[in-house]
Design a protein around this ligand. Structure first.
Ligand SMILES: [Zn+2]
Ligand SMILES: [Zn+2]
Length: 263
């Protein structure tokens, strides 16, 4: 394959690899991955503050070390996924704040059903992002995606967090026209039930103006997902003769720009 591909280094912009075994991480290294975002999510509803507190410790300490032992860069995300909300979450917000220096990003935050409770918790996380200048990754749901996406845009405007600090994730073709009017980063998730490689190709062809803001990811965790989805999508797009500079941006460069430490 081409020289450019030989040098390729991939970063997966959204994973939950603490659910992955060591062999999977080793495979990432062997296949040319440089690192991955590893975002907070707990698969059952927490019964108390300790659940997410311990998850944050797991990610910022032992998961970080596991990545480093393989020379992979972990971009740790501390946040409250909307499916993990069980109360006011005040203790969890304090825990995120207490560990903020150990994190690269706030997330996975976002809305699932769009309830008032979810909106309040999202706003609290956006406030942390604004106060500490941290990037934030925002989940959009499969159900009612368009409606919830528009609600997220409204909340983002109200919270006045800098647009280049925010990645709105799991977007599809339907949301992209609106994304031409802002400067938020755009997460495209290649996973069964989300986007296919073919759909990513159509998005890239249809929205060339968005190339500098698109971030490919696998959302690889405990759902059916491919840990190599980013690399395989790049391979697919190369065969469709997508420019190698474009591929470098969507599989690595844009994420680096998004995640960089801000003043
Ligand atoms: Zn998500
Ligand atoms: Zn996720």
């Amino acid at each position: 394959m081409s020289e450019v591909r030989g040098k390729s280094r991939f970063i997966d912009g959204h994973t939950h690899h603490y659910f992955s075994n060591y062999s999977t991480l080793k495979l990432l290294k062997e296949e040319g991955y440089e690192g991955a975002a590893v975002l907070s999510y707990f698969p059952v509803k927490p019964s108390c503050r300790c659940t997410l507190k311990d998850l944050y410790t797991w990610l910022t300490q032992s998961e970080k070390e596991r990545f480093k032992s393989l020379k992979l860069t972990p971009y740790i995300g501390l946040g409250i996924h909307p499916r993990n909300i069980y109360g006011k979450m005040e203790g969890e917000i304090k825990e995120i704040e207490r560990n903020i220096e150990e994190s690269a990003v706030i997330g996975e935050a976002g809305l699932e059903k769009g309830s008032i409770k979810e909106q309040v918790i999202l706003k609290k996380q956006l406030k942390l992002a604004r106060d500490y200048g941290k990037p934030v990754i925002i989940h959009t749901p499969r159900k009612n995606k368009q409606e919830i996406f528009e609600l997220i845009l409204k909340i983002l405007e109200e919270t006045r967090v800098k647009q280049e600090q925010v990645m709105i994730d799991h977007l599809t073709m339907n949301q992209l026209e609106k994304m031409e009017n802002n400067t938020y980063y755009i997460g495209l998730t290649v996973q069964p039930g989300k986007l296919t490689q073919e759909k990513v190709y159509h998005i890239i062809e249809s929205y060339p103006k968005l190339i500098d803001r698109i971030i490919l990811n696998s959302d690889c965790g405990r759902e059916p997902s491919d840990p190599l989805a980013v690399k395989k999508t790049v391979d697919f797009l190369l065969k469709r003769e997508v420019d190698s500079l474009v591929l470098e941006k969507i599989s690595r460069g844009n994420f680096i720009n998004f995640i960089k430490i801000r003043e």
